[in-house]
Design a protein around this ligand. Structure first.
Ligand code: NAP
Ligand code: ZN
Length: 360
């Protein structure tokens, strides 16, 4: 995990000079609103001014960024002599930064190349996460919405940020629903990463420490006022989870969740979260030890108690027909990359039953 992480209050004010080594012109990529109100955009701009770095701002990244948005960023920035990109926001703007960084670094590259050519490099990326969820600040992944395949998928080039500034200040006023969705995304990364075929003793040690930190935050997740220390611990757990999935990848809940997001606009974290209990149950049919360890690190007594915790966080408001679930099952069943991260044979019926039991 080659990213330099700076985790402290005022991280950018204290260490922004690091960006001097990345060039003299920066592109800031961010969402429409939140970075303007939580202080992160101002802090970055002030630091760039202090360090005499020119900058341009693209502030139109939507949730679950589409390939069309990546093209817009490229067109906006391509004649501006950009040396590096600063992604500020949740996973959406930071993932968009990575994908745009590839297109700007390789002027001939197309969107299709993003999904086929893993050899492409990117402009250097600086990440300023303002959600504690995706871990994109410590992962090489960038997930885009591709309307051509009517789903979400990751780009092939592996782009780790060069620097990530973690400052929980920016998360203090996060609305409850965003806190819940994003925390459960981080939890899914820890769980899927821990159970993945690619996990090893090192990634397991990270996952266990992340689960332990997460367990200490559980009682605060749906509070209105979350103390700074808890916000910071959620951010740390999320970045640890990113390190875990950088090694192990995500697996079935993520693969299944993408369709719920694409077709029913279910936020990414909720989409994974509502599938976790049934996934853990099916996993435990073959291998109980690691599932038991997860449950005990999270201080629950069994998988059903864990399921109750998830149920209390999310409204059961999804109206999805059986035919739709069958379509999503077929899509998941063809997603070899995610299936290979699950260590036991999983049939079409297994996947469909996870959907049905989770969504009914
Ligand atoms: P997001 O889509 O980046 O943002 C969700 C919402 O939260 C937006 O409305 C955003 O507002 C708002 N928001 C962000 N920070 C805020 C703050 N501090 N206070 C108040 N509101 C805030 O959400 P996300 O869950 O972080 O990212 C999801 C994306 O990441 C998905 O596309 C998912 O597939 C991807 N992902 C990537 C990885 C990876 O490793 N690369 C891993 C998992 C998931 P604004 O739009 O105004 O900013
Ligand atoms: Zn995720």
């Amino acid at each position: 995990m080659p990213t330099k992480i700076i985790c402290e209050e005022n991280a950018i004010a204290n260490h922004g000079s690091i960006m001097n080594s990345l060039g003299s012109t920066a592109l800031i990529v961010t969402g429409k609103h939140s970075s303007k109100t939580n202080g992160s955009l101002n802090h970055v701009v002030n630091s760039l001014k202090e360090n005499n770095i020119d900058y341009h701002i693209f502030d139109d990244v939507e949730e679950n960024p589409s390939t069309e948005t990546i093209i817009k960023i490229k067109l906006f920035a391509q004649d501006k002599g950009i040396d590096f990109i600063i992604g500020i926001g949740g996973g959406s703007p930071i993932d968009a930064s990575k994908a745009a960084g590839v297109l700007l670094f390789n002027s001939q590259a197309t969107i299709e190349d993003l999904f086929t050519n893993s050899a492409l490099n990117s402009l250097p990326i600086v990440a300023v996460p303002t959600t504690a969820g995706t871990g994109t600040e410590t992962t090489p992944y960038s997930i885009l919405t591709d309307h051509n395949i009517k789903n979400k998928r990751g780009i092939c080039p592996k782009i780790f940020p060069v620097v990530s500034f973690l400052d929980a200040t920016y998360l203090m006023d996060t609305p409850k629903n965003v806190t819940i969705n994003t925390s459960i995304d981080a939890l899914s990364h820890l769980i899927e990463g821990y159970l993945s075929t690619n996990s090893n003793c090192f990634s397991n040690a990270l996952a266990e420490s992340g689960l332990k930190i997460f367990s200490e935050c559980i009682s605060y997740i749906s509070s209105e006022n979350i103390p700074f220390k808890i916000r910071e611990n959620l951010l740390i757990a999320s970045s640890i989870a990113g390190m875990v999935i950088s090694q192990s990848g995500t697996s079935i809940p993520h693969g299944m969740g993408y369709s719920l997001t694409y077709y029913h606009n279910v936020p990414h974290g909720k989409a994974n979260g509502i599938l976790l209990k049934e996934y853990l149950k099916i996993y435990a049919n073959n291998s109980k030890d690691k599932v038991d360890k997860i449950i005990s690190l999270l201080n629950f007594s069994n998988v059903d108690e864990f399921g109750n915790f998830i149920d209390e966080l999310f409204s059961k408001d999804l109206k999805i027909t059986l035919d739709e679930l069958k379509n999503y099952t077929s899509y998941m069943n063809s997603n070899k990359a995610k299936l290979k991260n699950h260590p036991y044979p999983l049939t079409y019926e297994d996947i469909l039953s996870i959907y049905i039991k989770s969504i009914k």
